[in-house]
Design a protein around this ligand. Sequence first.
Ligand SMILES: [Cu+2]
Length: 340
Amino acid sequence: MARLTRPTAMAACVAAIAAMGAALLVPQADTEPEERVFVTHTGAVVRTTGEVLDPLYTSSDVEFDPMEYLREFHGGRVSALPDGRTLREFTIVAEDDRVMEISPGVFYNVWTYNGTVPGPTIRATEGDVVRIYFVNNGSKEHTIHFHGIHPAGMDGVFEPVGRGGGTFTYEFEAAPAGVHPYHCHIMPLEEHIIHGLYGAFIVDPAEPREEADEMVMVLNGFDTDFDSENNFYAANTVPFYYQHHPIEIGLGELVRIYVLNMVEFDPINNFHLHGNLYDYYPTGTHRVPSAYTDMITLSQTERGIMEFSYDYPGRYMFHAHKVEFSEKGWSGIFLVGDGK
Ligand SMILES: [Cu+2]
């Protein structure tokens, strides 16, 4: 409530000071004051030359469409190396000054790889050479640390990349097959992760998996009041997005989800599917599933592959069975067939 009443008091104060200024004929400055653009708590865009008293946010914004992200895989620029191996080149730019409307009216400073949270889903086949041109356009040091097998110098831990345009080239052979996170590894690590510097790295096995409707779900959370507890949870950043925009899948069609838990603060997360069970492959590293279940539990950066198909059309929920998380946004719907 203090936030609602303070501007009123401030406004009265400002009006009183302005009246005093007029009475004393305070001279105006000759230079044109600079106009600045802000976004308010309610999402309104404000242009003002005045001093901004209540916290407002600059209009730097994030374009992120969870439906597009869901099935968007980046294979990089592909070429052949002299030894016959496939080279996949990517450019990833880190920034830490963007503001995203996490939930209606809730603006949060996200730190991004290529402008979004999560960063782009990077995909290669086992044995391909992955080369990442990393540019740090942020105001703090950042890196990219990939989970997987690679030389120590490519681990993105002991080589901080300087702010304001620092660069580093990561290069390694994609291994092992599975799904892995990548994230910044600068201390304090928690701070760099919770702001959004993470993404999914999929390594396809040399012998391809069966064709399927494939999607990526990065389970994440946001601590928007800085008390080391998450206020919002989601699959792919935007709370309740797939509940309001159900994911359409075909009746009897094989669905493969690359799921990755990037939630900090809370020791566990989980994934419950309604009206069905799925084969689960932890980390995606083996071809034989470890479980046929409707519930998996994941700790920080735990991930795996889920495979299922629906026998009956309709609307089916999927959500965290840690219901606090589902009630704060980690909840969605699959629309199977014609949905009836
Ligand atoms: Cu960082």
